[in-house]
Design a binder for this molecule. Structure first.
Ligand code: ZN
Ligand code: ZN
Length: 152
């Protein structure tokens, strides 16, 4: 195999030991908000739009946990929303991916070292996927370090 080829690992098993700390928008704005904590951890703040309503949503940073907080908007269960960067307004939708469970659009956050985290934009669906897209060298480091925290 070409060593420069990118390797994609998909981690589909939710685990509460992983917390997302370094998610950014496509323009590199850190989405973590230390002023609003969920379970003692800085939440991930995004602008949310549903029909003609706009508000903020603070996402639970623990992978596989969904104690999200809505501010200034009330989203009915089953509604499909849009997420935007609260700093630059960049659309956080991944145009290439759709939920494997309900076929709704997915949001995408960028992670350090080239990884991404994706999730379903339908409230109540909760389907999430963590993709670590990386070079072989970084992949080796991921496993030898015995920790994923630097990738999140
Ligand atoms: Zn941004
Ligand atoms: Zn879904």
């Amino acid at each position: 195999m070409n060593t420069k080829e990118k390797i994609r690992i998909e981690i589909e098993m939710p685990t509460d030991s992983l917390k997302v700390e370094h998610a950014t928008c496509p323009n590199g704005h850190l989405l973590a908000d230390p002023t609003v904590k969920i379970n003692g951890k800085p939440s991930i703040k995004v602008k949310v739009r549903y029909k003609d309503q706009e508000g903020l949503i603070y996402l639970d940073p623990v992978y596989g946990s969904y104690e999200n907080i809505e501010r200034g908007i009330s989203i009915p269960k089953g509604a499909v929303v849009d997420f935007f960067c609260p700093v630059c307004g960049a659309d956080l939708k991944n145009p290439d991916e759709f939920c494997q469970v309900c076929s709704s659009s997915m949001f995408m956050f960028h992670l350090p070292h080239g990884g991404i985290i994706e999730g379903c934009l339908k409230k109540g669906c909760m389907f999430h996927k963590l993709d670590i897209v990386d070079s072989e060298q970084q992949l080796a480091r991921l496993f030898t370090n015995d920790t994923m925290s630097s990738f999140l």
